[in-house]
Design a protein around this ligand. Structure first.
Ligand SMILES: Nc1ncnc2c1ncn2[C@@H]1O[C@H](COP(=O)(O)OP(=O)(O)OP(=O)(O)O)[C@@H](O)[C@H]1O
Ligand SMILES: [Mg+2]
Length: 339
């Protein structure tokens, strides 16, 4: 059996690996046929996303035919937006990835909202508009305006994409008009937020958390964790304590967490404790979100109950949804690890 790696084996690189603009491993093969509606709104959403993809596809194909000299139109048709809003685990990302996978044209891109903002920042506005403007369908997961800067960046980006006639689908836990609330003085940016919101057709998805968390899983004990780690046959098995992970996460910008995760097949985290403050909590949440999407194995030991890892003082505020979503994902990961 290959060795177990530890914190000191991780290479902490500061290089940003650009997204490949495709769904992450957990959603690489996801499709509409595998989506089994658990609520009437889910059937409606699935049908609408699927039709939207057909509309985007026929618009993209028409445009390709029109590229000839005589075919050029004076004014390009405006693009369209679709906004999937709903609670955790109702299958928003499932539908988003299905849309990407069903779009039978290479001019498509899939990214998280964070990746979008980071890409625009790293490339600069003009280059990003050129690079991203070529995609006839853009899928953006977890749309979240959390500061005035990204509100303006995204507003400009979307206006440009729509002016090119491109189609955009996005998911969020927050309806468009409530974006920014509690994060920054959203009232000052009402006009911007409104102008983003009005470009999207809204689809609200209800239903239970498909991850079926009636109650959260419990953390395993240390013996179970080391048994699982020692019998696991994956190659790059890492074992870290929660405090070692915290030190690693503090050393880099969250957008670079994929550099760490790219080195890991499965992570066994021991002694998971309450996360001391909001800043550490948001780092941890981002790390788990990324790990979940990348379908990296995960299990954790600890003596507290899962929901106590985030303190009520910062769990129940503007970031509450992020924290609860993270608990739902952790719960699913811990169960997967014991299957
Ligand atoms: N109706 C469904 N039929 C089949 N699989 C589903 C359904 N809804 C969700 N799933 C599966 O459950 C898991 C969670 O769904 P998904 O990540 O798409 O939810 P989400 O709405 O994006 O949640 P979050 O708010 O946490 O991002 C995924 O593995 C997804 O494929
Ligand atoms: Mg999602």
């Amino acid at each position: 059996m290959a060795q177990l790696y530890s914190s000191s084996d991780l290479i902490l690189s500061d290089k940003y690996a650009f997204s490949n603009f495709a769904p992450p491993p957990r959603f690489g093969e996801t499709n509409f046929a595998a989506y089994i509606p658990q609520d009437p709104s889910q059937g409606i959403a699935s049908d609408r996303v699927s039709t939207f993809v057909s509309e985007a596809l026929s618009s993209a194909n028409k445009k390709q035919q029109r590229t000839g000299f005589f075919g050029r139109k004076k004014t390009a048709p405006q693009g369209q937006g679709l906004y999937l809003d709903g609670g955790f685990g109702v299958g928003k990302t499932h539908l988003l990835a299905s849309a990407y996978n069903a779009f039978d044209n290479p001019a498509k891109a899939y990214m998280s909202f964070q990746e979008l903002v980071y890409t625009i920042g790293a490339l600069g506005k003009e280059a990003a508009q050129t690079e991203l403007g070529q995609y006839k369908l853009i899928c953006i997961d977890e749309f979240e305006l959390d500061d005035p800067g990204n509100t303006l960046i995204v507003k400009t980006f979307l206006a440009h994409a729509f002016s090119l006639g491109n189609y955009v689908i996005t998911t969020s836990n927050t309806p468009p008009a409530a974006q920014g609330q509690g994060r920054f003085n959203a009232n000052d940016f009402k006009r911007e937020i409104q102008s983003i919101a009005e470009r999207f057709e809204m689809l609200h998805i209800d239903g239970p958390d498909y991850r079926k968390r009636q109650s959260l899983s419990t953390l395993v004990n240390d013996e179970t964790l080391s048994r699982l780690a020692n019998t696991d046959t994956r190659n790059r098995r890492f074992t870290l304590s929660h405090s070692e992970l915290k030190t690693v996460l503090e050393q880099m910008h969250p957008i670079r967490y994929s550099n760490i995760l790219n080195q890991i097949d499965v992570l066994y985290l021991n002694n998971l404790e309450a996360v001391p403050d909001q800043n550490s909590a948001l780092r941890f949440v981002h790390f788990i979100d990324k790990l979940y999407d990348m379908k990296i194995g995960f299990c954790a030991s600890g003596i507290i109950s899962l929901e106590d890892i985030f303190d009520a003082s910062y769990r129940n505020n503007a970031y509450a949804k992020k924290h609860y979503r993270c608990l739902s994902r952790l719960s699913e990961l811990i169960e997967e690890a014991q299957e």
